[in-house]
Design a protein around this ligand. Structure first.
Ligand code: SAM
Length: 143
């Protein structure tokens, strides 16, 4: 059984699944105004650009994949993607958004998971801040 903070984080994103994209795309109550929104989108564009400078690969592992905002970018880079998240709700949104046979989903707690194979690229975004400091080394070793 993982610790209470991990369980709270999982529950939090299950409940927020339907509004997650509104947060990222700064819609409705997440609208921070023109200037701050632009700064936010400019920063996202920098990450997108860095990602697309990578060479194409065969198999990508995406940890804490969420609703697919980055999975859709990874699809331009990889032949197949294994996408992991603890929330069935966000996985379902991801699946509906991408509708891609190239993506295989697994619903599981990353802190309880051991990889069974090697991947050509491992990607995670908006995730490291969720790793409790006591588990950071173990998580990075797993990566
Ligand atoms: C801030 S969101 C980031 C989602 C996605 N990477 C993105 O950038 O759009 C954090 C994600 O981590 C997932 N998550 C939280 N705790 C988890 C855990 N213990 N194992 C796997 N996924 C977890 C949540 O369900 C959520 O989708």
């Amino acid at each position: 059984m993982s610790n209470p903070v991990i369980q709270q984080q999982i529950e939090y994103y299950r409940l927020r699944a339907n509004e997650y994209d509104e947060w990222l795309y700064r819609v409705g109550r997440y609208d921070r105004g023109t200037a701050l929104n632009q700064q936010w989108f400019d920063e996202i564009a920098i990450v997108q650009s860095a990602l697309h400078q990578l060479e194409p690969v065969d198999h990508i592992l995406e940890l804490a994949c969420g609703t697919g905002i980055w999975t859709q970018e990874l699809l331009k880079l990889g032949e197949k993607i294994t996408a992991i998240d603890a929330s069935a709700e966000v996985i379902e949104l991801n699946r509906q958004k991408l509708n891609s046979p190239q993506v295989t989903y697994h619903q599981l707690d990353l802190f309880q998971w051991e990889p069974k194979e090697k991947y050509d690229l491992v990607f995670f975004s908006f995730w490291l801040s969720h790793v409790p400091s006591s588990l950071l080394t173990a998580f990075l070793q797993k990566v």
